[in-house]
Design a protein around this ligand. Structure first.
Ligand code: ARG
Length: 482
């Protein structure tokens, strides 16, 4: 390993190779290369505009950086593994190509504000990307829900049959959770999208830098307000870690249902062959491994969130090398979220729904017991009394091994004289479901309005993402291709 570092002057001895290997972050931060070089273009332009470095040197720096950016874009930039990080790689490469002028680039900045800037730029793309992947899954769920607003199935609490709901209603419950996930990501964007560049090591700069200018050139809403905060803040990465962990909690819950529902015991759904796997010994097997792995990988995103929380705990201001550990965990969460969303969306889109099995399941577990009580309420019985009466009906049914629907009107009358023959239609599972017309309820009309609301919200989210993507294209064009 070479001992080429950005800070050799003060040292009389060369760093131990083990130390260099131990402290290197290149394996993780090389993903920041494009952002690093682009951030440097903005910094160099500002240094020229503010007459901090000569224009001729600035021009050389910018031309050299643009070469590097082109190489990074075509994946041909030659990373030197012996250099300690992505920042050293780009600066040494630049100086190698343009000579001494390259040595002026680092005027009025530090790797501390540089890495914070790079990471925020990178995280903007990560946040956008995760939001867009979530929107694709939402689309698949909404499409499936639309086809199933009339599909009756048991609704559960405690995994016990509770009340009849539609499969579409159940799917829409997941949609709204994912919509909040998108909302959270997009909300974090405004805290993320500020520029630490120019905070320098921790205390700001003695040069007449223009932080508003670099912030604008890099598409940030503005500069951060305190240099010391800027080089030590990783809230934005922690927020993403939380968003990722929660997205995975949501996907894990969905996966758990897919696993249960595709079992022989339920048989509510069948996962497409394309998203299932077999057994090496049992020829008959078709296993929901993709869903299980999504559920399993939730462990790591939760772990990564804990890692970020612990990493930031008790750090004295300002920059500490501990902060270097942030990127690996956040990137790991991002990769997991991306991979899991990319599997869940087509798995939902291709899921077959066994409506007969769902309907058959509604005959078990007294799903219409609440509705029989509600029926008595329509006859003037106070709900608490109605609840007691129906409890006795259910007890009777359990003893007789019958369903409520099996009892004749005459038998039902023994529990309450108020029961009339129209009770039969009232307590059919279909009518139990259809009558839940309250806002947010499971009736087909309510679910259709939920779909409308969700689509309107999703359209707004898509518009935000598209506008932001377009804005960034323009930002990069203005900066790099004037
Ligand atoms: N690799 C470092 C990181 O990710 C870059 C900043 C290094 N700064 C320093 N003072 N050692 O945090």
């Amino acid at each position: 390993m070479s001992n080429k570092v950005l800070w050799s002057g003060r040292f009389s001895g060369a760093p131990d190779e083990g130390t260099l290997a131990f402290t290197s972050s290149l394996s993780v931060d090389s993903v920041l290369a494009w952002y690093d070089a682009v951030g440097s273009v903005a910094h160099a332009k500002m240094l020229v505009e503010q007459k901090i470095i000569p224009r001729a040197d600035g021009d050389k720096i910018i031309a050299g950086l643009k070469d590097i950016i082109a190489q990074i874009e075509e994946d041909s930039f030659d990373f030197n593994e012996t250099l300690e990080d992505v920042h050293s790689n780009i600066e040494f490469d630049l100086t190698e190509h343009i000579g001494e002028a390259g040595g002026r680039l680092h005027t009025a900045r530090s790797r501390n504000d540089q890495v914070a800037t790079d990471f925020r730029m990178f995280m903007r793309d990560v946040v956008m990307d995760s939001a867009e992947s979530l929107l694709v899954l939402q689309g698949a769920l909404i499409a499936k829900a639309r086809l199933n607003v009339d599909t009756v199935m048991p609704g559960f609490t405690h995994v016990q049959h509770a009340q009849p709901v539609s499969f579409g209603f159940h799917l829409m419950a997941h949609v709204f959770k994912l919509q909040r996930d998108v909302d959270r990501l997009l909300d974090s964007y405004k805290r993320l999208n500020v520029s630490p560049l120019g905070s320098a090591a921790l205390a700001g700069s003695t040069y007449p830098i223009d932080r508003q200018m670099t912030a604008r050139m890099l598409g940030f809403d503005g500069p951060t307000h305190n240099a010391m905060d800027s080089v030590s803040d990783r809230d934005f990465a922690l927020e993403y870690s939380f968003c990722a962990a929660l997205i995975m909690d949501h996907l894990s819950a969905m996966s758990e249902e897919l696993v249960l529902w595709s079992s022989q015991e339920f048989g509510f759904v069948e996962i497409a062959d394309a998203y299932s796997t077999g057994s090496s010994i049992m020829p008959q097997k078709k296993n929901p491994d993709v869903a299980e792995l999504i559920r399993g990988r939730t462990a790591s995103t939760t772990g990564n969130l804990m890692t970020m929380l612990m990493l930031l705990k008790g750090l004295p201001l300002s920059y500490n090398r501990d902060l270097q550990e942030d990127k690996g965990t956040v990137i790991a969460s991002y990769e997991t979220v991306t991979a899991c969303l990319s599997m869940m969306a087509p798995m939902i889109a291709t899921l077959s729904v066994n409506k007969e099995r769902m309907l058959a399941a509604t005959s078990q577990g007294f799903l219409n017991a609440t509705d029989l009580a509600d029926y008595l309420v329509t006859k003037g019985v106070p709900f608490r009394q109605a609840h007691e009466i129906v409890g006795k009906v259910v007890r009777h049914c359990i003893d007789q091994n019958k369903r409520i629907d099996d009892l004749s009107v005459a038998e039902l009358k023994k529990f309450s004289a108020k029961i009339g023959k129209e009770v039969k239609g009232f307590i059919s599972v279909q009518s139990c479901m259809n009558r839940r017309t309250s806002y947010g309820g499971t009736s087909p009309a309510s679910v259709n309005s939920q779909i409308e609301v969700a689509e309107e919200v999703a359209n707004g989210q898509v518009e935000f993402c598209d506008a932001e993507r377009d804005r960034m294209v323009k930002v990069w064009n203005d900066l790099l291709r004037p």
